[in-house]
Design a protein around this ligand. Structure first.
Ligand code: NAP
Length: 331
């Protein structure tokens, strides 16, 4: 069966998703974006193919979804569920499944319990399955450490460090971590929501805990700027000594007063690319990689999950439901 997908959001991540979907033989039946630079253009042109594919980027999502009748909507317009849920509702109303890169949708009960209930009820009524996924949340800080933990008979603590060179990431990533700002500008912009830095530390901690069957009493998260000790330059930003070169942040999960889960991100210009997962228990273990390439890997995750979500029960689900389905055939 050829899967019919609509690309909802044709920013840098949506463009990568569209490319992977086309390469993998999905039937791309519609594209939605509100950016006037993209609306009215052929999707092939917007994503940098040298040919038109006969699908125009349109701003009227209801019209596109009604006419295209997709099996799955691949959604990547924003990080916060209170902003993007009306878009997700539009996809639910045509009975399509939704896979979104919206970080707060990966574990929506933490920040938006009422919206989570609303989406779940709607999705069940319309026979639609809704999932938040990606690389973080969605892989490095949650699904991957949860998978590694099956090799321990006793787990005391699990810590993940992800370090990445922000100069290799897309413009929107470099902008959202405040490159080139002063520390005061960074903190003010973060507090006002003008930049987001990383979103989803708590969601990753809660998703990982749920996948491993750990009941947490409390979750904490926080982040701040990393300041440049000299001049740095990326394709998009010039950073002087004393200005923001990146972010460092963490999420922690506690049982009682004991920190049992810790995830840490360092995303800065010229930071080393690596990931390290430390499992303390019996036996203890250290896993290390040279880094997951965040943007293409996000597109791969979203597209790879599309055939799988078709078999998962309607409603608001998490990655755990998809993993369960993969192993047991049940959700
Ligand atoms: N979970 C993960 O691992 C993961 C990984 C990568 C990215 N993400 C998240 O995925 C999202 C997309 O990333 P990106 O870098 O492509 O973001 P982006 O540069 O902000 O692009 C988003 C695109 O969606 C459009 N858009 C915004 N609101 C819309 C609406 N209501 N209807 C239709 N289109 C709309 C934007 O248009 P305008 O520019 O005109 O607003 C833009 O073209 C971000 O929130 C990012 O944080 C998550």
């Amino acid at each position: 069966m050829t899967i019919r997908v609509v690309i909802y959001g044709v920013g840098p991540i949506g463009q990568l998703i569209a490319r992977v979907a086309l390469e993998r033989g999905f039937d791309v039946v519609g594209a939605v974006d509100i950016d006037p630079q993209k609306v009215g253009k052929d999707l092939g042109e917007v994503i940098g193919l040298d040919k038109a594919i006969g699908i125009k980027v349109e701003s009227d999502a209801d019209k596109v979804l009604r006419e295209a009748d997709p099996d799955v909507v691949l959604h990547s317009t924003g990080s916060f569920l209170d902003k993007v849920y009306p878009q997700i509702m539009k996809a639910i109303r045509v009975g399509a499944d939704v896979i979104s890169t919206c970080e707060t949708l990966a574990w929506p009960w933490y920040r938006y319990p009422d919206l989570a209930e609303l989406i779940d009820n709607y999705a069940r009524n319309y026979g639609s399955t809704v999932l938040g996924a990606g690389v973080n949340p969605g892989f490095v800080f949650d699904a991957l450490p949860a998978a590694l933990s099956v090799t321990l008979t006793k787990l005391d603590k699990i810590s993940v460090v992800r370090s990445l060179d922000a100069s290799k990431r897309r413009y929107s990533f470099q902008k959202k971590i405040g490159l080139g700002m002063t520390i005061n500008q960074f903190r003010e912009a973060l507090a006002k929501g003008e930049i987001t830095a990383h979103v989803g530390f708590a969601e990753s901690v809660l998703l990982m805990a749920n996948m491993m069957g750990i009941r947490l009493d409390r979750v904490e998260e926080g982040q701040d700027a990393i300041i440049a000790d000299r001049h740095y330059e990326t394709q998009y930003f010039k950073i002087e000594e004393g200005q923001v070169r990146g972010v460092v942040g963490h999420g922690s999960g506690f049982v009682g007063n004991r920190e049992v889960i810790r995830v840490e991100l360092r995303a800065c210009v010229a930071c080393e690319d690596y990931e390290e997962i430390r499992l303390e228990g019996d036996p203890s273990m250290l896993w290390r990689s040279t880094g997951t390439p965040g943007d293409p890997a996000t597109a791969a995750v979203i597209v790879n999950l599309a055939p799988r979500i078709l078999n998962v029960r309607p409603g608001l689900v998490t990655l755990k439901d998809l993993v369960n389905y993969a192993f047991t055939g049940q959700t």
